[in-house]
Design a protein around this ligand. Structure first.
Ligand SMILES: [Zn+2]
Length: 233
C-alpha cells in the first residue's frame, strides 16, 4: 500500500503516528510524510528563515529512518485556513503521493492548524481524483481510506482502532529525536519531554489495547468505501 500521513507541523506525525508508519514500512509499504506548515514560528532562538531550513532538514533526516518521502505544502505556521488556495495545496499533496490510505489530525485536536488540516484533508481526499480539476499534478485514480490519528495527549479522543507499536516505539522515538530544534521548544513552552510524552501516551493506549505500546486511531467512515476490512497493520 501507499501510505500518506499529513501533519500540520514538522513533529506532529512523528509524535502521533510514526510507530504505525514504521510498522507499515517494515512490512514493505511505501510511506509519505507531509508537513503542511513549514515550521517557521516554532522558536525563540532562530529567525523564521533559519528555522524553515533547520526544520526541513530535521524532518528529512527523521523520515529517512523509515525511508519515507517528505512532502511540504508550504504554508506558514498559524496560517492553515479553510480557503480555496489551501484546498488546492492539499489536493496537490494527495496527488503527489497517490495514496491508498491517508492519516491526518483528528477534527477535535487542540490547535487551529491541526483542526483545519483535518478538515482540508477530509475535503481533498474526495476531490483529488477529479480529472477535470487541473492542478500541477495529475488526478489520483482512487479514493483513499482516511484515518484520524490520536490528539496530543489523547485529549478529546475516543479511539476505535489501535495499532500495536511495541516493535517500533524505539524507531518512533528516534524519529522524534531528529527534531532537535523542537525538543527545547516543547520543554520551554509546555514543560514537555518529548520522549517521555511519546512513551507515556503509547503505554496508556497500550493498556487500553492489551499490548505494551499502542497508537490510537479513528476511521472516517465514508461512502462508497467497504467498511468491513481492517486497513491498519
Ligand atoms: Zn502541531
Amino acid at each position: 500500500m501507499r501510505i500518506l500521513a499529513i501533519g500540520a507541523h514538522p513533529d506532529d506525525v512523528e509524535i502521533l503516528c510514526a510507530g504505525t508508519l514504521a510498522k507499515f514500512r517494515k512490512r514493505g509499504d511505501e510511506i509519505f510524510i507531509c508537513h503542511v506548515c513549514d515550521g517557521n514560528k516554532g522558536s525563540k532562538v532562530y529567525s523564521s528563515e533559519e528555522l524553515v531550513k533547520i526544520r526541513r532538514n530535521e524532518a528529512c533526516q527523521s523520515a529517512k529512518l523509515i525511508n519515507a518521502t517528505s512532502i511540504w505544502a508550504g504554508i506558514s505556521d498559524g496560517e492553515v485556513t479553510l480557503d480555496l488556495q489551501s484546498r488546492i495545496k492539499i489536493i496537490n499533496v494527495i496527488r503527489q503521493a497517490s495514496p491508498d490510505l491517508v492519516i491526518t489530525h483528528s477534527p477535535n485536536d487542540y490547535h487551529s492548524d491541526h483542526i483545519n488540516t483535518s478538515r482540508l484533508v477530509f475535503e481533498a481526499v474526495y476531490l483529488a481524483d477529479l480529472v477535470l480539476w487541473k492542478t500541477e499534478y495529475p488526478a489520483t485514480e482512487k479514493l483513499p481510506y482516511l484515518y484520524y490519528m490520536d490528539t496530543l495527549a489523547g485529549v478529546n479522543f475516543i479511539p476505535d482502532e489501535y495499532v500495536d507499536i511495541t516493535d517500533t516505539i524505539d524507531t518512533k522515538i528516534k524519529m522524534m529525536m531528529e527534531m532537535k530544534s523542537q525538543l527545547g521548544w516543547l520543554k520551554e513552552m509546555h514543560n514537555c519531554d518529548a520522549a517521555e510524552f511519546i512513551k507515556t501516551v503509547a503505554r496508556f493506549r497500550g493498556f487500553q489495547a492489551g499490548v505494551e505500546y499502542a497508537e490510537a486511531f479513528i476511521q472516517q467512515k465514508m461512502y462508497p468505501q467497504g467498511l468491513t476490512k481492517r486497513i491498519l497493520p
